[in-house]
Design a protein around this ligand. Structure first.
Ligand code: GUN
Length: 296
């Protein structure tokens, strides 16, 4: 396939989900409830600034009351914990998002464990991670893997019995992605192989895959010779690489070598415009779910 008919349009699918979320926001407002979301950003990581800015803008478009608390790079772990406890106790705030990465002197595990699980719209609290693993209802799914799953479902990709290779084993994407797809459930039941930096024969695993989900953070790692004809390729990566021809001297690329892989793929996410918009869509959906659950 050489034209662009195999593109999975994440922006279009995200827009559909935002429409669904807007209906739920309106229903909450009819009951006198405005969903509230607080973003906490520690330090001045440029990518985090961009991501939090995009999330805040979209939440405000949807009528979610959101704001960003920017903390100094030197903020101590105890100070951050105290701030999280204040937001946990504030009934006007339904969702709390502490943007990763955090400075090295702060332990992310401690921070994510301090967020009230009922307000954990990131799905990072151990209780929500546990609910995912046990397939228990009422938890929050991490936004990026949930977004990839939703893209697969809404693109009618068959997952039952499919060979899925997840590249990357991080807590934010790889691990929860595998957990979602192995569930004994509709739109899951896949055979999942998780590959990582110590894996042998990654190329061989990829060549067998019906679906490859690339979330390892290596620019253009997935090449055409690693991809079976007709395979579905989901690119989670966001990597900045030097590009002397660009005005800024650099450009963003995914974990997939899109130019060469796209002609071989049955379906593929563009990057940008694939997975990224879905992360935001799932965050908005989680926030509305949090507000609904807290107002019962
Ligand atoms: N950093 C990269 N992805 C994420 C995410 O989904 N949530 C948070 N809080 N930080 C991130």
């Amino acid at each position: 396939m050489s034209d662009m008919e195999n593109l999975i349009d994440g922006r279009r699918i995200a827009a559909t989900i935002h429409d669904e979320t807007a209906v739920r926001v309106a229903q909450l407002k009819d009951k006198g409830i405005t969903p509230g979301l607080i973003f906490i950003r520690v330090g001045e990581d440029p990518a985090s600034k961009v991501y939090v800015g995009m999330k805040e803008r979209k939440s405000q478009e949807l009528g979610i009351a959101s704001s960003t608390q920017v903390l100094d790079e030197q903020t101590s772990q105890d100070q951050l914990l105290a701030i999280i406890r204040q937001h946990n106790a504030d009934p006007s705030i339904h969702g709390i998002l502490v943007q990763a990465p955090l400075p090295n002197h702060i332990d992310e595990t401690v921070i994510y464990s301090a967020v009230d699980p009922a307000k954990d719209v990131d799905g990072f609290h151990p209780v929500n991670v546990g609910k995912l693993m046990l397939h228990q209802p009422g938890g929050f799914l991490p936004c990026t893997p949930a977004g990839v799953h939703e893209l697969l479902i809404r693109s009618n990709i068959k997952l039952e019995g499919a060979e899925v290779v997840v590249l990357g084993r991080g807590n934010i994407v790889g691990k929860p992605m595998a957990a979602i797809l192995i569930q004994k459930a509709e739109h899951a039941n896949a055979t999942v192989t998780v590959c990582h930096s110590r894996s042998r024969d990654i190329v061989e695993h990829c060549r067998r895959a019906d679906v490859i989900i690339a979330a390892l953070g290596v620019p253009q790692f997935v090449k055409a010779d690693m991809v079976k004809e007709g395979a579905v390729i989901m690119d989670v990566g966001v990597n900045r690489i030097p590009d002397p021809s660009a005005k800024s001297g650099s450009r963003l690329v995914g974990d997939v070598d899109f130019e060469t892989v796209q002609p071989k793929a049955g379906a593929i996410t563009p990057n940008p415009g694939g997975v990224g918009p879905m992360t935001i869509a799932m965050l908005m959906k989680n926030t509305v779910l949090a507000a609904e659950q807290q107002s019962r």
